[in-house]
Design a protein around this ligand. Structure first.
Ligand SMILES: N[C@@H](CCCCC(O)O)C(=O)O
Ligand SMILES: [Mn+2]
Ligand SMILES: [Mn+2]
Length: 314
């Protein structure tokens, strides 16, 4: 089948400027060329253009709710159309609030999807638990049916309703979880693997348990929402909320190669690349290059050159 690339230059889910230039930085790092070397057609849909509403007062301490809500309504339609046209769809962020529209649009086409959230953060605060108010730290809370009695009616989000069950979500890479998020993860029994769990089990076992949790009853489309800050900051420094002790290059690529090998990847987000936050041009380039490697290996690029056939002898 074919691959669609969709740029989402958007930043209002958080307060730092520059993440709206993420799609350009990832393209400039050679994304389209790298994907064209794999064996299917690549359609670059270009970048969405988002409206920044002038009157958009905060809701409680949540900034730009209407602008973020409208951006995600637009993105939802675009992702829904790309998936509906049969493309494996890559959404380039932009901040992680964009996952609200990306996953929602995907779920309209594929209601039985499961979500793998690779991130240093859980992004599951509600407006009431959020320490910052930033919507990029609340994305998952908008998706979960189990949280709806805890979510206020935010202006700008009346176009959607929750569509995901907690059992259909797995986190990988957590290492900076807020107290309110911890309570939600425990209350809902969400399956998650922190960086400590990865050190204890190893990334191969983490992926085995992840796929057993999500796919053993039935195979279904995977939505991979990959926050570049899941990677160690030495590999991806140009991002808004870096946290030490992240995924090694090899752990990150193991995750994406294994997801490719399921044959079930349907939509992938690659978010939070902020070229304004690199200390040098090299720091920006290495972050964008890491993003391209993560995307390319999710789509079948391998380290052994061809398709991964039989694993090396034990
Ligand atoms: N948990 C923090 C940091 C969120 C980081 C968001 C990133 O993962 O997209 C918050 O809610 O403000
Ligand atoms: Mn993050
Ligand atoms: Mn995130």
């Amino acid at each position: 089948h074919s691959v669609a690339v969709l740029g989402a230059p958007f930043s209002k889910g958080q307060k730092r400027r520059g993440v709206e230039h993420g799609p350009k930085a990832i393209r400039d790092a050679g994304l389209i060329e790298r994907l064209s070397n794999l064996d299917y057609p690549v359609h670059d849909f270009g970048d969405l253009s988002f409206q920044y509403l002038e009157k958009d007062e905060p809701y409680m301490h949540v900034p730009f709710p209407r602008t973020v809500g409208r951006a995600n309504k637009l993105l939802s339609g675009a992702v829904r159309n790309a998936v509906g046209a049969g493309h494996t769809t890559i959404m380039l962020g932009g901040d992680h609030s964009l996952a609200i529209g990306s996953v929602e649009g995907h779920a309209r086409q594929c209601p039985d999807l499961c979500l793998i959230w690779v991130d240093a953060h859980a992004d599951i605060n509600t407006p009431l638990t959020s320490p910052s108010g930033n919507l990029h730290g609340q994305s998952v809370a908008f998706m979960l049916k189990e949280l709806q009695n805890k979510m206020p009616e935010l202006p700008g989000f009346s176009w959607m309703k929750p569509f995901l069950s907690a059992k259909d979500l797995v986190y990988i890479g957590l290492r900076d979880v807020d107290p309110g998020e911890y309570d939600i993860l425990k209350d809902l029994g969400v399956q998650y693997f922190t960086m400590r769990d990865i050190d204890r089990l190893g990334i191969q076992r983490v992926m085995e348990v992840t796929f057993d949790h999500l796919l053993s009853r039935k195979q279904r489309p995977i939505h991979l929402s990959f926050d570049i800050d899941a990677m160690d900051p030495s590999l991806a420094p140009a991002t808004g909320t870096p946290v030490n002790g992240g995924l090694t290059y090899r752990e990150g690529i193991w995750i994406t190669e294994e997801i490719h090998n399921t044959g079930l990847l349907s939509v992938m987000d690659l978010v939070e690349v902020n070229p304004d936050l690199g200390a040098s041009r090299e720091a920006v380039a290495s972050t964008a290059s890491m993003a391209v490697d993560v995307i390319a290996s999710s789509l079948g690029q391998t380290r052994e050159g061809g398709p991964i056939t039989q694993e090396s002898p034990h």
